[in-house]
Structures are given as C-alpha cells and as structure tokens.
Design a protein around this ligand. Structure first.
Ligand code: NAD
Length: 413
C-alpha cells in the first residue's frame, strides 16, 4: 500500500475522537513543502548516473522540521512525504519542540563504492543546504544511512554556509558532536515501551519469546536490550538475506558477531534457516518489526502467531493488516510511540550541540526512559479512557498538541 495513503487512513481513523477544528486536520493531510532534486553522480569508472532525491517538510507548528534521510531503491516522493507526516505525529507525542521532516535518495547503496557513496551524500547535502539548518530542518540517519553519512552531510553543509553549525544534523559521530547513546536509542526506547506495555498488560516478568524482523541499527539493538533489560528469549531473527529460527534461543552476542563478520545472517549455524518474509509467521509471543514499511498486510496478517507486535520500523503494518490483527486480539504498539527513542536522543544531541555541553550515556538513557515512560502512560490512559486502539490514541494526543500550536499561530499568510 502507498505509505501516504496509509498515513491518511490512520489520521482519518482518529478524526471521530478529535475535538479540533476540521480545517487544521485538513492542513495535516498535506506537506508544507517538498524539495525534489536530481543528483548527477560522477562514477568511479567514468560517466555519470542521475539519482532522484527528496526532502519533505510536513508541518512545523511545534518547531523546526526533524527527520531522517533514507537511502533505498524504493524511496519515492510519496514515501518521503508519509515518513515526514509520521515524524510530525511522533515528535508531538514525545513532547519534543519539533515538527516533521524526512528525506531520501532512491539508490541501492550496495552498487556504490565508498567514494561514490561519499560524493552522492555530499551532492545531497549540497542540494538540501538551503532547505535545512539548526532552527529550520534537522536531518538524521534512517535506513542505510549512519553517522559517517551525517559527517559528510555536516561537512558539506558547513563548507557551503561558511560557519560551524553542529546542531543542523543529528546522529553524528561522537568527535563531531554526536551524543552518547544515539546509536542505541531507537532500540533502547522501543524496549522501554515494550517493558511498559508488558507491565500494563500484566505480563512483565513472564517467560515470553521474541522474533525480530530486521537486524540493522534498530533491530540489532532491540535484540540486545530485550535480552539485557527484560531477560527475554529471542527465538527468530532475520535480515534481508535470511532468517534464523531456534526455539532454544538466539543470543545477541552470537548473532551480531556472525553478522559483523559475514555481513549477512545467511549460513548462521545454530538454527533453522528460512526465507526472511516468513519471519512474521513464526512461533513467538512478541513480534518486533524493525525493517521496512508494509511488512504485515492483508496477505500475511492471518498467519501472525504473536500476541503483541512492537512497531519499530515506520509504517510496518498496513491498515488492512492491522484490522486482521486487531480482530485476532493482537496488541499493536504503534511506531509513532515505539520508535521515538531515536528522535528523542537526537533532540538531546541538538541541545548538547547548542549549549556546548556533553552528557553521559547514563544521563541520556535515564532522560530517555523518563520521557518514553511518560508518553506510554499518557497514550495508554487515552486508549483505555476512550476505548480506542493504541494508534488512535497516539493520533488523538499528537493532533491535539499540534492543533493547539496551530490555533495560537493562526493560518497566515
Ligand atoms: P538499517 O539500514 O540499519 O537496517 C535495516 C535492516 O532491515 C537490515 O538488517 C536489512 O537487512 C533489513 N531488511 C531490509 N529489507 C528487509 C526485508 N525485506 N526483510 C527482512 N529484513 C529486511 O535501518 P534502521 O535504521 O535499523 O531502520 C529500520 C527501521 O526503523 C526503518 O523502518 C526506519 O525508518 C525505522 N527507524 C529507524 C530509526 C533510527 O534511529 N535508525 C528511528 C526510527 C525508526
């Protein structure tokens, strides 16, 4: 399903429970501005290849636009707009002083040399340099981008502008003003939300099994922290190449060492290997979705055996998939709450950059825990009070806060 359509449907499902003027909801259906770029990259072997890229500004009623940059062949304008819309909702839920933005390049990074990747990243940063800044729009990493890419972005941006502006990007390497804990933050935050959900459902401390789709930045950290912080057993994991199932448990240390060495989970010896798309239907109590959008839809939702689904990817369950899961009584913990740890610690990095301060990892994690626990409790009480889904509760809170700001601002010009 088109992710933009997904966002609009999710917003629509919250409308009956909103007490806000319809014209403000109408404004949230559209991005404020979208920059479209074509990036002519000089290839190492000679010649050029042109890549399409975008940066979307969805809404900035609460503060500067904020959101990651994705490198993936399937990136397109609608996906970037949808991801920026979800960022607006996510930042509002987490009470951050940000609106929603997102960017992306349609590219398969595996086809580029390191030199080409650097040059493409610099071309993108050059192209968006008039569209970003500390108080305007602050990009960060997303799928297939990382601290090194942020370093190239920052360096290019600062050279174009002619001054130092570290808080224009987050998710940077530590020597360039990155925050301790940023790389772990989305997975850590997701596990904090899972802990609170288990507590609210009376399941905290029970022997539950976990399956994780995606073993990148977010999925690998989720694996580590469900083991370390909650003592849960992970029985299934997958990346884009292969899945591994082992009812006796798959240790984070073993899986990550193998993945670091071989770059893929294919061939991991201690378990049954399967096609990655089948992960969502394996036997487990908790399914963690940490790869890409649309992973659970009307075709495979019927086969999901887990009783709890934690959305760490953005938009991993289509509305049709969600309807099927809800009918089966599966508890869905929505992306806009569950994966907010990354943008929350990005905000901490932004604050540290602006103040020249640097915080310890313990301090970062304790502030993250406090904020995510508060968001969870707030949404849980809206959900219980109105007898609506967790996602509807998330949109009720988010849209309410954004519209409060929009009302004060008025509609101008
Ligand atoms: P990443 O590039 O580090 O990892 C992506 C992982 O997904 C890889 O292991 C890849 O092999 C796997 N994957 C890709 N296609 C797959 C498929 N068809 N089946 C199974 N696995 C597949 O990306 P990431 O930063 O970990 O992001 C993962 C998700 O989390 C994305 O949806 C992203 O938008 C979301 N997210 C990321 C952050 C962050 O801070 N990085 C924050 C919030 C949300």
């Amino acid at each position: 399903m088109n992710p933009r359509e997904m966002f609009l449907q999710q917003l629509e499902q919250a409308v009956p429970y909103l007490t806000v003027e319809p014209e403000f909801v109408e404004m949230l259906r559209y991005p404020r501005e979208v920059l479209e770029l074509s990036l002519p990259l000089k290839l190492d072997g000679g010649g050029i290849k042109v890549f399409s890229a975008w940066r979307s500004h969805h809404n900035n009623a609460l503060g500067p636009y904020k959101g990651g940059v994705r490198y993936h062949v399937e990136v397109n304008r609608d996906e970037v707009v949808a991801l920026s819309s979800w960022m607006t909702i996510k930042c509002s839920i987490a009470d951050l002083p940000y609106g929603g933005g997102k960017g992306g390049i349609s590219v398969d990074v595996r086809e580029l040399s390191r030199n080409e990747l650097e040059n493409l990243s610099r071309l993108y940063a050059f192209g968006i340099s008039r569209f970003v800044g500390t108080d305007y729009d602050i990009p960060a990493p997303d799928v297939y981008t990382n601290p090194q890419v942020m370093a190239w972005f920052l360096d290019t941006f600062e050279k174009v502008r002619g001054w130092s502006e570290p808080s224009a990007f987050t998710g940077k390497p530590i020597p360039l003003g990155g925050s301790l804990g940023r790389s772990d933050s989305t997975g850590k935050g997701g596990v904090i939300i899972l802990r609170e959900a288990l507590r609210a459902m009376g399941c905290l401390g029970k022997d539950l099994t976990v399956g994780i789709q995606g073993f990148g930045n977010v999925g690998s950290r989720a694996h580590r922290f469900v083991e370390e912080d909650l003592g849960l057993k992970v029985v299934a994991v997958c990346d884009s190449a292969a899945g591994i199932y082992n009812p006796a448990g798959l240790k984070y240390a073993d899986i990550s060492a193998y993945k670091n060495d071989k770059r893929s989970l294919k061939g991991f010896p201690e378990g049954e290997e399967f096609f990655p798309d089948l992960l969502v239907e394996k036997d487990m109590d908790i399914l963690v979705l940490a790869a890409l959008g649309g992973a659970v839809d009307d075709k495979n939702a019927g086969g999901v055996k887990a009783k709890i689904v934690l959305e760490l990817a953005n938009g991993p369950i289509t509305p049709e998939g969600e309807a099927i899961l809800s009918d089966k009584g599966v508890a869905i913990i929505p992306d806009v709450l569950a994966n907010a740890g990354g943008v929350i610690v990005s905000c901490f990095e932004w604050i540290q950059g602006r103040s020249g301060d640097s915080w310890s990892e313990d301090f970062v994690f304790s502030k993250l825990d406090e904020r995510m626990t508060r968001s969870f409790k707030e949404l849980w009480s809206i959900k219980e009070g109105k007898n609506i889904s967790f996602r509807q509760a998330a949109y009720v809170k988010a849209v309410g806060r954004i519209v409060d700001a929009m009302r004060f601002r008025g509609i101008w010009p």
